[in-house]
Write a protein that binds this ligand. Sequence first.
Ligand code: ZN
Length: 325
Amino acid sequence: MSKRTEKIIQLFIPAALALMCIVIALLGSRVISLEKRLAGYRAYEELGERENRLVQLSWMEENAYDDSGISDLAARVNLPGDASLAYPCDEYDPHPSDARGSYNQSGVTYAADSDSDGIHRVYLTFDDGPSIYTDDILDILDAYGVKATFFVVGRENTASYARYLRIIEEGHTLGMHSYSHVYNDIYASPESFAEDTERIRTLLEDVTGQTPVFYRFPGGSSNDVSSTDMHELEAYLDSEGIIYFDWNVSSGDAGREPLTPDQIIRNALQGIESRDTTVILFHDTAAKKSTVYALPSIIEAIQAMDNTEILPITYDTTVIQHDHP
Ligand code: ZN
């Protein structure tokens, strides 16, 4: 090989290597920027889908913006006594003998008590929402890093759609609590119950894109207002793959006589350390500001207990159902 050829090769190889490095670096950065753009498009699409869903749903908005739906619903619920106390939920009714509003455990069925792992699991459940307080409740849960369960009714306005979505997006469980919450309608017959259940399930599916699978009976499964055999309705839910949950602690926040936040705190915390599974009943309605005031102290107290966790209801949750004839 001539010296000249040798020199050319000596110059050419490093130059070629340098050029290749530059090309690789350029291609690499191009790939990274394309990936970033793709991720951006995906996020944008997701956001668009979410907004689309809200827009598509706005046709359902029958009434003008109604934050609570309370007055409308209350007018349709036949509550005895003072009409000013009328609100859609009567969960306290089945067990009026307990003045403190705490459900007597003797009527509660526990499953899987035998394989206790020593951890006390606490489930905060909020019935009757969404309401003007849903966002406050969600903000508090977020601040404490706690996930809960919301058993909601049918509210067809954009504020409520946004709240259904927020519940799911923030990792909470969105359960059903009937569409209308009007006892006379939903418990009139197995058919009317099925119709009501299908209505709330479809609404939540349309709004969130997820099928709800957990249910809480208005008044609980042990209610004494249903004119239909509750066992028949329970069998219907089972056939639909829906799991119903009652509660074994009532915060008492739906009592006819409003409780102070301190009383709600005392009720909610009863017996948590003596049980494997505690499902606490709260209410998320425009009439229940005390619940919002009580919530931070309740969460702090539970978080301070040993071997205790606050969790959202999932398929893993030990089912708590009332024993009833
Ligand atoms: Zn209710």
